[in-house]
Design a binder for this molecule. Structure first.
Ligand SMILES: [Zn+2]
Length: 404
């Protein structure tokens, strides 16, 4: 539990901490409950809650009688007080969402990604138009929209807010997404790797704060693993942490673009699973990833034996990769999500669960828990919006450090 401080210099931190507790509570919290949980004095707490109410972030929602004494006045989140836009750039489909201050999606759209021959101006302009019309159609007051979060596969240059050369997004190579999208939309913009956005999104909804030490498997057009250690998402030195695609789990497996055999990334590719099941799939790079996934999931739903066997084998290999990472970091919880997971997870989950718990590779002294994403297929887009909420509204002890 994070504790507050009564020093005036950390007022902003206290405000964010109190807001965090209120928004995570189901029905709201009384001032006395907040005082107990934060350790803040009654006076400080009263100042903090007044400021939050003045900013429209919280409101009094009535009184609750519990035991003797005065009834308690509950303070609760005003979910319509702020909004944030989340964009997920993906090879199969670009997803754009608007979430409210509670993280609930209030508007959503998707568009086909720009072609490889589109200019950066066209790409960014199209994205800006979609964001603008989504905010307009939802009739949201512009002054309550905090900004845009963009989630994209790496690698990217965090300082410059520029995508470098994501293999899955050729059209976006070297595009300075952050500054350009800020320019066309007029909204502050953050750019983050998709798996990191997913971590932040899942933690936003983690009412019990159980995901402090956890990993987040993102299974979409690519495979990534976001990490959280001691409550903080792992960005890494350059913001590009979270790549597991080239962990070799099957030395007899298919050849990967890196030249090795049996990397987990290539094993999990829908086109590779189709091929393994004896169904024709277009060669690498020429197929429509979304179409391949649709085909794979409908064959699985129809009980195609080849596909089910391919998924079972893939699930076993995926378990090995996850357990290896867990052996290294001792995290204990694996959250599973992304568009491919949404389609294939029903078959993969029991297989994964079985092998994670029985493989001799595991050094964990306690069971590793697997759980599906609370957000689902849109975890990267919603996570990207939560980056903006998190940046504006969350209390982080690291922000109390004096920077020089
Ligand atoms: Zn590889």
């Amino acid at each position: 539990m994070q504790r507050g401080s009564n020093l005036p210099a950390v007022g902003v931190y206290n405000q964010a901490l109190v807001f965090d507790l209120i928004r995570r509570s189901e029905e709201g919290l009384s001032r006395s409950e907040l005082a107990e949980r934060t350790g803040l004095s009654t006076q400080t707490l009263s100042n903090v809650t007044r400021r939050l109410a003045n900013e429209g972030l919280i409101e009094e929602t009535g009184k609750v009688i519990s035991g003797p004494g005065k009834p308690r006045t509950l303070l609760a989140l005003r979910s319509d007080s702020r909004y944030a836009v989340g964009v997920h750039l993906d090879p199969a489909v670009d997803t754009i969402v608007v979430v409210d201050a509670a993280g609930a999606v209030v508007a959503r759209t998707e568009q086909t990604p720009g072609g490889a021959d589109a200019s950066p101006d066209e790409l960014v302009g199209r994205l800006g138009d979609s964001v603008r019309s989504l905010i307009g159609e939802a009739r949201l007051p512009a002054e309550r929209v905090l900004g845009i979060g963009v989630a994209a596969p790496g690698p990217f240059d965090r300082d410059a807010g520029r995508l470098l050369n994501p293999p899955l997004l050729p059209a976006w190579h070297n595009v300075p997404v952050r500054t350009e999208l800020e320019r066309v939309s007029g909204l502050p913009t953050l750019l983050e790797k998709d798996v990191v956005a997913t971590v932040v999104g899942e933690q936003w909804f983690d009412a019990g704060q159980e995901l402090a030490d956890a990993m987040f498997l993102y299974y979409g057009a690519g495979l990534g693993l976001g990490l959280s250690v001691s409550g903080a998402p792992v960005h890494g030195r350059t913001g590009n942490a979270g790549n597991i695609a080239h962990i070799v789990v099957d030395t007899e497996g298919p050849i990967c673009t890196c030249g090795s055999r049996g990397c987990i990334g290539v094993i999990m590719e829908p086109r590779m699973l189709l091929a393994q099941a004896g169904h024709a799939a277009p060669p690498s790079g020429t197929g429509d990833a979304r179409m391949q996934l649709e085909r794979l999931s409908s064959l699985a739903a129809a009980g195609d034996e080849g596909v089910l066997a391919a998924l079972d084998s893939a699930g076993r290999h995926l378990a090995t990769a996850i357990v290896e990472v867990n052996n290294l970091l001792d995290l204990g919880i694996v959250v599973l999500g992304g568009p491919a997971w949404s389609r294939l997870g029903e078959r993969l989950l029991p297989v994964l669960d079985h092998w994670v718990h029985t493989t001799a590779v595991s050094t964990s002294t306690e069971p590793v828990h697997l759980r599906p994403s609370q957000i689902g297929a849109d975890s990267a887009a919603v996570g990207a919006a939560c980056l903006v909420l998190d940046d504006a509204l969350t209390a982080r002890a690291s922000r109390l450090m004096i920077s020089r």
